[in-house]
Design a protein around this ligand. Sequence first.
Ligand SMILES: NC(=O)C1=CN([C@@H]2O[C@H](COP(=O)(O)OP(=O)(O)OC[C@H]3O[C@@H](n4cnc5c(N)ncnc54)[C@H](O)[C@@H]3O)[C@@H](O)[C@H]2O)C=CC1
Ligand SMILES: O=C(O)CCC(=O)C(=O)O
Length: 424
Amino acid sequence: MGYIEPAPIKDKENPFESMMSRFHIAAQALGLDDEVYNVLKSPAKQVVVSLPITMDDGSIQVFEGYRVIHSNILGPSKGGIRYDLGVNLDEVKALAAWMTWKCAVVDIPYGGAKGGIKCNPRSMSAGEIERLTRAYTAALGEIFGPDRDIPAPDMGTGPREMAWLMDEFSRAKGMTTNAVVTGKPIVLGGSLGRSEATGRGVMVSTLAAMEKLRINPYHATCAVQGFGNVGSFASLLLEERGVKIVAISDLSGAYYNESGINIKEAINYRNENDGTLDQFGGAEKIEGTDLLTLNADVLVPAATEDVINMTNSDKIKVKLIVEGANGPTSAKADQVINDKGIMVVPDILANAGGVTVSYFEWVQNRLGYKWTGERVNRRSDRIMKDAFDNVYKISKEYNVSMRIAAYIVAIDKVAKTYKWRGGY
Ligand SMILES: NC(=O)C1=CN([C@@H]2O[C@H](COP(=O)(O)OP(=O)(O)OC[C@H]3O[C@@H](n4cnc5c(N)ncnc54)[C@H](O)[C@@H]3O)[C@@H](O)[C@H]2O)C=CC1
Ligand SMILES: O=C(O)CCC(=O)C(=O)O
């Protein structure tokens, strides 16, 4: 398949401003004082690096790489690395702040960071991606570290890139340092359960929300946007629990089957076809954006930012949105969705299963010990369910949406920690 350019998203909002508008509402509800507000509204560190890479044809191409540390108040900063043509500083700043709130919502001892390289990994060879990953790691070698800043996979990256990052960092330090990065291959110290962890957390959040809404999973239908790491595992695990997945999608388009898509078949098809669902035969092909407005009970956006926005929010028909992606709902669309009475399990809660198991991976690396997959899943399910219940309780207490409640939980924890540690 040739590379398919994503269609530009209409009315895309500035992601950092979107994040700030929710932060502002939650800070007001919480009565956050000005000092802490000012500390938390700006990232602690922003680094932009220029990466000249020799391409396979011998030419030199210069790529721009970013790493933003939003906060290290709760601990070393943590967050994925994204390879995508849409990467820019405002996006990375927003994603870094979301990591701060996410780690606080699930109560793990990390601050928030995010990184990215503006590139199109689908049009690059493995060798070019390896050289780019190694150059990025070398450029940020003084930022990364198991006690400082710990990257992980995000869109366009996975265990392969994390292995190169770990190796490059270890070579520079003269010792194997596997705790510098999570989401590694198992053989390099990756944790069992990390690959499926984000999708698994989405499944746990979806079932918890369905229980509140009295939706029986065995009678429920669900549409999932994005069929990468998060979307495919969320689909598989929800299907295993009785939910009928009626639509899935990726950059090639959306695929609809009202009797339910066989998700194992779709995953096998994608794995055998260069990572794409293009020409998938188990469903009828529909427009990618039509998936968002289908008649289903649940929508899981698991692709990218701002896909639910002012052009389509009034047409959304589901009862529940569970945000597998970071920032899939624009801040302006929040109000429309709330007015329609749709429950939203927000990104900083719903997709926190990934960073939770990344934390377990880091703990195992530091202990020099391996947990069983059963132990990883049991503990992460518990953390996700407790976090859901806590956010739900706060949403009732403050009479706010689940999104604002999650921000309240997070900001409160970070602010209290900041106060105890003291400013400069
Ligand atoms: N990988 C992880 O552990 C975590 C990922 N996330 C978030 O989940 C989202 C997806 O990440 P991954 O699954 O890791 O990425 P991935 O690179 O594995 O997969 C992305 C998928 O989305 C599809 N896609 C991209 N743009 C699209 C569009 N406009 N419409 C339909 N499909 C589109 C791609 O074709 C691909 O199927 C991102 O927002 C990421 O930040 C959040 C928490 C953890
Ligand atoms: O696993 C991690 O450390 C971070 C994953 C991530 O980037 C995210 O949750 O958005």
